[in-house]
Design a protein around this ligand. Sequence first.
Ligand code: FMN
Length: 313
Amino acid sequence: MNKTESRKDQHVKVAIEKNVSSDYNYWDDIKLVHNALPEIQKKDIDLSTKLFNKKIGAPIIIASMTGGYSKAKKINENLAVAAEKFKLGMGVGSQRAAIEKNDLKETYSVINNYDIPLRFANIGASQLVIWGIEKTLQNAQKMIDMINADVFIVCLNFLQEAVMPEGESNARGVYDAIKKLTEDLNIPVIVKESGAGISYSVAKKLSKTKISGIDVGGLGGTSFSAIEHYRSQMINDKLHERGGKTFWNWGIPTPTSILNVGDATNWKIPIIATGGIRNGLDVAKSLTLGADAAGIARTLLEPAISGKTHRLV
Ligand SMILES: Cc1cc2nc3c(=O)[nH]c(=O)nc-3n(C[C@H](O)[C@H](O)[C@H](O)COP(=O)(O)O)c2cc1C
């Protein structure tokens, strides 16, 4: 591993070069009932839907992944090309790097060159504690402006922070910070897990805030413990290498998390199903369970890296 590479750069590299999926994909447990008499003309099927008051071409979101180092600009641009063509929602990765270093802004704001119907800003939850509430509110507005975001995501990633060599694992005060963001920002605020899922009790607690949606970010796809296992291995950090291995398959499966979150929130706020979605059939399964849309991350990463940047119209 090259010492000059940023952490986000290493995450992408490891996610591409190694098998970082959980050992089991829980979408395989779900079988939809076949309808032998559908009485519909295939070409009349309209996949478009409304999410956070925006019309999107299909209930699919390109999940938050990257930004903050030079090569990420092309990845985000290629993802933006797809988001524009298929009118999908799109998130960028944690925008902390651009708050700390102004010249990294364009690795995120490149998506402004594309007509994307629903854009998600993103910050890791531990950063809210580090900044404190006043600075968080100021920086949140900067992140929103940076990509003209329609929705602000707080990413709950404490498992990753705990197994990561340089992790920031102070979670004290995060709930209050989220509550304040939901009250003060003038766009919807949602929370998103990044691979370990949201439980019934966490969703119940969050439902007491003005939260506008939950991305369950469940177990079954990319495992950040796996990514951190490999990153630790590369720098010969035995402790975190072992920690990443131990928690590789930790979490609430995405399908289970959808049902738990739906029950806890009385299905009143949008639920996004991210974690292990590989294709349209997995998306359909997530909708059947009650999700409003599904998020796809790693499956889109490789094409976004190798793809040629051009408008596909
Ligand atoms: C390389 C990489 C970087 C990621 N960075 C972020 C991030 O900055 N913020 C975030 O909320 N989620 C991040 N994620 C998590 C994804 O949004 C998603 O929740 C997770 O990968 C599970 O989806 P998948 O199984 O389709 O990959 C990242 C995922 C990958 C693969």
